[in-house]
Design a protein around this ligand. Structure first.
Ligand SMILES: Nc1ncnc2c1ncn2[C@@H]1O[C@H](COP(=O)(O)OP(=O)(O)OP(=O)(O)O)[C@@H](O)[C@H]1O
Ligand SMILES: [Mg+2]
Length: 234
């Protein structure tokens, strides 16, 4: 029997209740990805892209269907198991950076490593956080709080934070949505370079054609269905 893919999504379905018929947002989506692969998801506003991404990251519960990351199904876990799973297996990059305002850049990157389930010792975690901050060009800003950083710098801190626990699955929702074109290009470069260096699975949702053009594999979410539009569709 061949080894299953690192990410296996099967018949994922999400509906929201409404006073009338339920609103079907994601309708039986199935796909597989392995470490080192990336995917960009596009689609109209309200088509369900964020809902799909958050289900993959276990921030949103599917109505039905299954997700397996390295053969582990997070949907079977209790609350603490789920928190540990999310911490170890998933890194998020949002449109808004979601950094803690009272913490420095370094402290913000270290937060995911402070969970009880963390595999790294505090010394290892600090070394990795410093290395990642250096890698995203912020070694001169480690003591700056979010308000003392530019928008692009804040997003680069968020990228370092998403990677600090060596999660195999990195999910980005409009990561360049708040940035000017030049800064967006620089942030996209870093995100993709680090995806290759860290051999992650990278799934990015965006409205930006410029960002989407950098991904070898693209899918469009339309009427709840994920339609692969690039050459390498599975
Ligand atoms: N908690 C909720 N309860 C009910 N309906 C919801 C909920 N969250 C989202 N929706 C609806 O589900 C649909 C998909 O929302 P979603 O945020 O996934 O879209 P999106 O593709 O990310 O859009 P955008 O490009 O604007 O970010 C929308 O019509 C939205 O109104
Ligand atoms: Mg969205």
């Amino acid at each position: 029997m061949s080894t299953p893919a690192n990410l296996v999504v099967q018949d994922l379905y999400k509906e929201y209740p409404t006073p009338n018929d339920p609103l079907v947002v994601v309708n039986e989506v199935s796909f597989e990805m392995n470490r080192g692969e990336s995917l960009v998801i596009m689609g109209p506003s309200g088509s369900g892209k964020s809902t799909l991404l958050y289900m993959l990251g276990t921030l949103e519960t599917p109505t039905r269907g299954s997700i397996e990351v390295n053969s582990r199904n997070p949907l079977t876990l209790n609350e603490s198991g789920l928190a540990a799973f999310r911490n170890e297996q998933v890194g998020f990059i949002f449109q808004e950076h979601h950094l803690l305002p009272q913490c420095s850049a370094l402290e913000n990157v270290l937060i995911p490593t402070m969970a009880p389930s963390s595999a790294q010792t505090p010394a290892e975690a600090k070394q990795r956080a410093l290395r990642l901050l250096d890698r995203v060009g912020l070694s001169g800003r480690i003591e700056h709080r979010p308000a003392e950083l530019s928008g692009g710098e804040r997003q680069r801190v968020a990228i370092a934070r998403a990677l600090v626990n060596k999660a195999p699955l990195i999910l980005a929702d409009e990561p360049t949505g708040n940035l000017d074109r030049h800064t967006a290009d620089a942030v996209a470069d870093l995100m993709l370079e680090l995806h290759r260096e860290e051999n992650t699975i990278l799934i990015t949702v965006t409205h930006s054609l410029e960002l989407a053009a950098r991904f070898p594999r693209r899918a469009e979410l339309t009427d709840g269905k994920l339609v692969f539009t690039s050459n390498q569709a599975t």
